[in-house]
Design a protein around this ligand. Sequence first.
Ligand code: ADP
Length: 454
Amino acid sequence: MQSIRKRLSIILVCTAILALFISTLLVNITISTTFNKYLVEIQNKRNTRIVTYLEDVYKKNGKWSETSGIEISHEAYMSSYCLTLKDENNKVLWGMNPNEIINNMDATMQVKNGGVYTTSTFDIKSGGKIVGYIEVGQYAPVLLSKEDVDFKGSINKSIILSVVLSILITILISLFISKQFSTPLRQVSKISVHLSNGNYDERSEDKSNILELEDLRNSINTLGEKLQHQDLLRKRLISDISHEIRTPLNILQNNFEAMIDGIFPVDNERLAYLNEEVIRFGKLIDNLNGLKEIEGEEISLDVEKISLKDILSSVVKEFELVSENKKLQMTLECNTSKQFNILGETDKIKQVIINILSNAVKFTKENGEINITLKEADEKVILKIEDTGIGISKEDLPYIFERLYRGDKSRHETVGTGIGLTIVKNILTLHKANIEVKSEEGKGSAVTVYFNRV
Ligand code: ADP
């Protein structure tokens, strides 16, 4: 198996090489064709120039001699082509030896020029009549001078140089780019291994500027946070349950031992006290069971049209005694002419109000206030329960709906199981209702529930 870095680098380098190869090939073909065209044009012009020159020579003398126009053979020799002048009867007047120009051409030019000797013959005319022929012979269809060969060579050299440079640059860039992909991925995979080993405090710190990779990094970090929080809850759950179970068990054990040893008398009062502990113990188990039931997926609601006002009034009545004992001022504000109907299951909605209200009572000190308001707005029925209690700290607020979560303060001051609001949230989710909690430590809390109106 290959690493993503290696695979990406190979793909990028191969693509770059392929692209360079194709572009180099195209550039080379274009340059060669244009260059050859240019050379053919030059050669044609040269041939026309030779013919015109010899026609002028013939015109001047009116006939051919053995040396007519022979001076152009010098240029022909220097440019590596052969000339042979013939009169109108095809009799050779003078001619150059093809072997001589071979010696004049250097080795590279011979290779470039091809090596096959070919001739072309052009008519020389005077007064519209053919007076002779000039034969031009050369070792290639197009003759390349040393400068031409050098020019082509230097172009090829720069193309090769630019290809090599481009490949080097591509390798460097591909290493850099592939690192940008591989580093965050490797980090995420390392962290997921840590998480699976139970090291929940590992986080990925290196930010990526690639959207998907940054999303992945954030997701694994969120996953880590959630797992860490769940782990904390699990540990709390175990310590809470064992604490809650241990306390009544210890009391029962100590009392029973004292009774067996004859230190405590076995009377009704003591047995009633012990029975209370057993009941408290049972309540805790009930609460845990209730939560399990509510969270079960098979739960279905027995929904009907119910009046929230009626349910609220009956619950408030139940709390009158306990709030009086605690000297709390509890007020209920709602439009008596309205019913505030919603779709729901009476028992479950009652449970929601009881849990929220019992928290308000539990966390509000003596002489505090609890204000309950019920109103309608748009398509909603809004129930608000405000108290002037101890409030919830900013750190605790996001977690109060979690199973068995209890704020630090409430842990020391009041009895509770941390299940009440979890049940509330679950019931409200089943009813498609929303809950919102606003709170300020030391000042109080406000719990608002938004039901759908019918
Ligand atoms: P508990 O059995 O502890 O009341 P809940 O799930 O009902 O469990 O509440 C969770 C935590 O939310 C409580 O422990 C407490 O810290 C906080 N809380 C809930 N309601 C209030 C409130 N009205 N005032 C202050 N704190 C509250």
